[in-house]
Design a protein. Structure first.
Length: 134
């Protein structure tokens, strides 16, 4: 029984250390934010996507509604042409400084095509946001 407890403790410790390593990786937070935002977009959850967006000075309801309509139109066109997004892969994060980075990601579509894109992100109050406007 004592050995079993020791093994369980070691497994728990290894799990906690693995989680901590991700949190210490500076690329983890922007990667996670980009992945979650793209998943929201794929689910047609534009409010959820916009929670990861930064519009700068144009952060008012009129501009937010405009961006959501444009996202919907683009997504409908893309899904008609290529199908739904089958996989999201964040390839790299390149930091410009501590609060600005560029995220390189690849989308794989249902028709087997792939699209590589990059997006600027900024860290605002500890949260990584996608820059919709520069």
């Amino acid at each position: 029984m004592k050995k079993l407890t020791s093994y369980i403790f070691l497994a728990l410790l290894a799990t906690l250390v693995g989680c901590k390593d991700k949190e210490l990786d500076p690329k983890y937070a922007p990667k996670q934010a980009m992945t979650e935002a793209l998943q929201k977009l794929g689910e047609h959850d534009y409010d959820g996507y916009m929670s990861y967006a930064f519009l700068g000075e144009d952060d008012d309801s009129v501009h937010i509604d405009l961006v959501k309509r444009l996202l919907n139109q683009h997504q409908e066109y893309q899904e008609h042409k290529k199908g739904n997004v089958a996989n999201i892969d964040v390839v790299d994060v390149k930091f410009i400084n501590d609060s600005v980075c560029t995220v390189l990601y690849q989308l794989a579509f249902a028709d087997s095509t792939k699209e590589v894109s990059s997006q600027k992100m900024v860290c605002i109050d500890g949260n990584w946001k996608i820059c919709i406007r520069n």
